[in-house]
Design a protein. Structure first.
Length: 248
């Protein structure tokens, strides 16, 4: 196949997404022909080079790409392993008798619940997570108190959160109010670390609960907490259409 960027090779092998592959390279966890490669932009030839990730030989996938939707409960780590021994997405896969090697696409906080996409298609995962695709992620967010329209407008236009980073424009729709809380539907096209919590903290209304209800055209539907199922053919086509991925 000739020389390709290492992160692309790793993602295509179904180990993880391209973004995560970049982190593995920077952490010095990738070797090519016995040498640690820790610089982004490094290239290799998958047909001729000896590539290892965490000292395990990388082999191109011979199994078909597969795609799953999960309803992650709160207090489950969006990872396949956890040094602290907490419940992870891998436990959900085992509970649903899924033994295929797939990885979660993007983050969902430990104390949040909702829709999670899992796949061994690293290229599609990268497209889902990248802000340039403008794939919306929709959340139902309960916050303390009743934010003013002026405060909400600050969030809608983009607001500086921790580190001086400014969020992209955000759609926020008020769904209902209770005596001490307000529930919003929030539509993001990016996924910064703890973004929703930091946004609402900036206007003085801490988040009580977060549920992700949709990723692009994919939705929770009739999924129950802890359940994992394959995407239907139509769902996969709809997702690829939203990402502007064309079949060969």
């Amino acid at each position: 196949m000739g020389l390709e960027r290492l992160q692309k090779i790793i993602a295509r092998a179904g180990i993880t997404s391209r973004r995560k592959a970049e982190q593995l390279i920077l952490q010095g966890r990738v070797k090519v022909n016995g040498r640690v490669v820790d610089k982004l932009g490094s290239r290799a030839d998958v047909d001729n080079d000896h590539i290892k990730v965490d000292d395990r030989l990388l082999r191109p996938l011979d199994v078909p790409k597969c795609y799953f939707l999960a309803f992650k409960p709160a207090q489950v780590i969006t990872s396949l392993d956890d040094p602290q021994g907490r419940t992870t997405v891998a436990d959900l896969l085992r509970a649903n008798r899924i033994r295929l090697r797939v990885f979660p696409v993007g983050r969902l906080d430990w104390d949040a619940d909702g829709l999670l996409l899992l796949t061994n298609d690293g290229e599609l995962a990268n497209q889902v997570m990248h802000p340039r695709t403008h794939l919306p992620k929709i959340y139902r967010v309960k916050v303390k108190g009743h934010p003013s329209e002026k405060a909400l407008e600050r969030l809608r236009k983009g607001i500086k959160i921790q580190g001086g980073v400014r969020t992209l424009a955000t759609k926020i729709i008020t769904e209902r109010e209770t005596e001490g809380n307000t529930v919003f539907k929030v539509i993001l096209i990016e996924g910064r670390y703890r973004q929703l919590k930091r946004m609402f903290e900036r206007i003085g209304h801490p988040v009580r609960t977060i549920r992700r209800i949709a990723i692009g055209p994919l939705s929770l539907g009739r999924l129950r907490k802890g359940e994992v199922r394959r995407l239907t053919h139509d769902e996969l086509l709809g997702l690829k259409k939203a990402l502007r991925i064309h079949e060969d």
